[in-house]
Design a protein around this ligand. Structure first.
Ligand SMILES: [Zn+2]
Length: 266
């Protein structure tokens, strides 16, 4: 069914740190935007060479960045991403390494793609991951450098308690062997002390695509990851809403991604 909002001719640039962030943070919204006609461009700062190997993974150490870049390509295809930009900044050091270069790359991507909106992590980096916080900082300063011509900037956050619910659902399905820490992170850290969202995007219809995209990241989401064990119905219930906050940088501009959303009272 076509979306009620038409994004034909519009471009959305989403900037994240590692392969899998795009799907985990807002895969439903990216797929919905693509289906509504937007040209969705994803920039990923690293190839995630310091990521984990899921149990059963056949990839060896040297091949991990190549495998993760390939997984990202598959996920991007599932989500309907029109263009994928994969940078080679050092995973684990994104907050401090190559700062002027990374800044210049984001500025160049904005100049070239002329996005109607930019999406990135909020100050909390989804779960206080320093790489994610670094990408938030670089994106904020790059967008800010456009002054009055800065495109609207959106921060994605996760609902606090959601990751615990996902782990509990997977365990209820019999996955007792599960690592208690999806992505090697305490579930409590996801959304912890994040600033509250301005608006929520209903992605219930796009949850199957979000889950399929997440599962393209096989080195990260294997049998030891909760996302491997939730049913489609649980996924719909748990992942059907994504949340955003608009940066105060560009308050004078029109609404863009808000058009998909429902404002949070407050
Ligand atoms: Zn990440």
């Amino acid at each position: 069914m076509p979306d009620i909002v038409d994004f034909a001719g519009r471009t959305i640039l989403a900037i994240f740190a590692h392969p899998d962030d795009e799907s985990l943070a807002c895969g439903g919204t990216l797929a919905r935007l693509a289906d509504a006609g937007a040209r969705v461009v994803v920039m990923c700062a690293s190839r995630g060479e310091r990521g984990s190997f899921s149990s059963g993974s056949v990839v060896s150490g040297n091949d991990l960045p190549t495998a993760r870049a390939q997984e990202l390509e598959e996920a991007a295809h599932v989500l309907g991403v029109a263009e994928l930009i994969v940078l080679h900044h050092p995973d684990g050091d994104l907050r401090w390494a190559n700062v002027p270069q990374f800044h210049a790359e984001i500025v160049a991507a904005i100049e070239r793609t002329r996005p109607d909106g930019v999406i990135t992590f909020a100050e909390d980096g989804l779960y206080w991951h320093l790489d994610h916080i670094g990408v938030h900082e670089r994106t904020f300063t790059a967008v800010k450098s456009f002054g009055p011509w800065a495109p609207p900037l959106y921060y994605v956050t996760m609902k606090q308690g959601l990751m615990q619910e996902i782990v509990a659902a997977a365990r209820a399905n019999g996955a007792h062997h599960l690592k208690g820490k999806p992505f090697n992170v305490e579930p409590d850290a996801f959304g912890d002390y994040a600033k509250p969202p301005d608006f929520l995007v209903d992605v219930h219809e796009w949850v199957p695509r979000k889950l399929a995209a997440l599962r393209c990241h096989r080195t990260q989401i294997g049998p030891d990851n909760a996302f491997h064990h939730i049913t489609d119905e649980q996924a719909r219930r748990l992942l059907g809403v994504e949340q955003f906050r608009r940066s105060p940088l560009d308050a004078g501009w029109e609404s863009v991604i808000e058009q998909l959303g429902e404002r949070v009272a407050g």
